[in-house]
Design a protein. Structure first.
Length: 84
């Protein structure tokens, strides 16, 4: 397992809430297991896992309308994209 520092476990947890998705729905959308998502959410700091799994989770959440905000002095975060 490697650290993929683009998103954190807390960001994944918050993104799930914003997207109104369950871990099972995210697992299906990202083609990863539910325990994998649970381990990433439990990560302190960067989401821990295989880089391709973290990238798949990020892509699935972005497809659901979540935007990940990088650390910019105020801490990393998430928000919903503006409706077009």
């Amino acid at each position: 397992m490697i650290k993929y520092n683009h998103i954190t476990g807390r960001q994944i947890a918050a993104a799930l809430g914003l997207a109104r998705m369950t871990q099972a729905e995210l697992a299906k959308a990202a083609n990863v297991s539910i325990p994998t998502i649970g381990r990433m959410i439990a990560s302190e700091g960067p989401a821990v896992g295989m880089a391709n799994n973290v990238a798949a989770i990020r892509a699935a959440l972005e497809a659901a309308g979540v935007e990940f905000i990088a650390e910019n002095g105020g801490g990393p975060g998430v928000r919903l994209k503006k409706a077009e």
